[in-house]
Design a protein around this ligand. Structure first.
Ligand SMILES: NC(=O)c1ccc[n+]([C@@H]2O[C@H](COP(=O)([O-])OP(=O)(O)OC[C@H]3O[C@@H](n4cnc5c(N)ncnc54)[C@H](OP(=O)(O)O)[C@@H]3O)[C@@H](O)[C@H]2O)c1
Length: 336
């Protein structure tokens, strides 16, 4: 099982991984962990900020707060319909002169209505324009489901059923992403909301291998098999909903997590984020609340036994987001 030993890159600090783990009350460098990407385009910060925030003003404020708090990986998507506000926030911070473009790893994703290869480049260029950047660090296929090509993101028939596109395969779309890398438009490419079988299929056929596989993952959905495959093949598994998306059952109130938080004097969110990094994944978390954004960046290493306790002691299994079943995004509402 993956543990601290799988942290693949940490900045020079004089602290070893063992020192970090045993020194749990002290700040360490876990928050600055970077994981190398397999195609020679650098490394991705393990601690990432997601921009799935419905309100545009909140998006701009939160994205700016995330960069100011220290996050250096941002996850966007054309589907979130707020790349413009993410771009404005990035520019606000760049113009203030504290951070430059090269320091931030910016990812975005192509949505299901743009899977036809001829639609990928225009969709990509439109994303870059909205984000006000001239290259992407990472471009992902948002889901493996192709919808009817066109400008409608959610095409439906008269009965309300999604209209899928059977005329394009995931590999066809992947080829179009490879050509963006060839042209130097993005540094790395990856998949999202895929199964292990779909990851294997693309990995085996691809000329440029997926650098990142972005899926829901947290202690209730640890995806150990997929993590194992990714680790063996040099792919970064990036875990979204790392805090359980404020959904029920509430991961932040899980007794294993809250007991560890109390013991190591951290918040439940910090325990979950540290666990994700220490078991060898990158992660995405999101908040509209500046104090939580700061809290979420201020992670430090858990003792090794706490990492093990979460990996082995949390038995509940819950998938919060049903997007993997149909390609239609959405967290599943559950009663409290
Ligand atoms: N590929 C996909 O299909 C897909 C699907 C879902 C998400 N994603 C990506 O993954 C990112 C993260 O997903 P997520 O939004 O589910 O992340 P998450 O961090 O698990 O959940 C976010 C929720 O947790 C709350 N929260 C954040 N920090 C907290 C803290 N310290 N204490 C208590 N509550 C806290 C937030 O509340 P407040 O905002 O009210 O503070 C928000 O309601 C998204 O933004 C998106 O980029 C991708």
């Amino acid at each position: 099982m993956s543990t601290l030993t799988q942290i693949r890159d940490m900045p020079a600090s004089g602290l070893t991984q063992k020192q970090s783990a045993s020194d749990s009350a002290e700040p360490d460098n876990l928050r600055y962990t970077k994981i190398p990407l397999n195609n020679g385009s650098g490394a991705i910060p393990a601690l990432g900020f997601g921009t799935l925030i419905p309100d545009p003003i909140a998006t701009r404020i939160a994205t700016k707060a995330a960069l100011e708090a220290g996050f250096r990986q941002l996850d966007a998507s054309e589907r979130y319909r707020n790349e413009k506000e993410v771009g404005e926030a990035i520019q606000d911070v760049f113009k203030a002169g504290k951070i430059n473009r090269e320091e931030v790893c910016i990812a975005t994703k192509v949505w299901n209505n743009n899977h036809r290869p001829e639609r990928v480049k225009p969709a990509f260029e439109a994303s870059l324009k909205r984000l006000q950047i001239d290259y992407a660090d990472l471009y992902l296929i948002h889901t493996p489901f192709a919808f009817q090509p066109g400008d409608e993101q959610d095409p439906r028939d008269a009965s309300g059923n999604v209209i899928y596109d059977k005329g394009v395969t995931l590999l066809d779309t992947w080829g179009a992403l490879e050509r963006l890398v060839d042209k130097g438009r993005c540094k790395a490419i990856g998949l999202s909301d895929v199964s292990l079988a779909q990851t294997q299929e693309i990995f085996e056929a691809a000329r440029i291998k997926p650098a990142v596989v972005h899926v829901e993952s947290h202690p209730y959905l640890p995806q150990w098999d997929l993590l194992d495959y990714c680790t063996k093949n040099g792919i970064v598994l990036q875990a979204f909903a790392a805090l359980g998306h404020s959904s029920e059952p509430n991961l932040l109130k899980d007794p294993v997590i809250t007991a560890i938080a109390k013991r190591v004097n951290k918040t439940p969110a910090q325990v979950l984020l540290a666990w994700a990094i220490q078991r060898g994944t990158a992660l995405l978390t999101t908040s509209k609340t500046p104090s939580r954004i700061k809290e979420n960046f201020e992670v430090s290493a858990l003792p090794e036994e706490a990492v093990q306790e979460i990996s082995e002691g949390v038995k509940l299994r819950v998938r919060f987001n049903a997007v993997v079943e149909t390609g239609v995004p959405g967290f599943i509402p559950r009663g409290k």
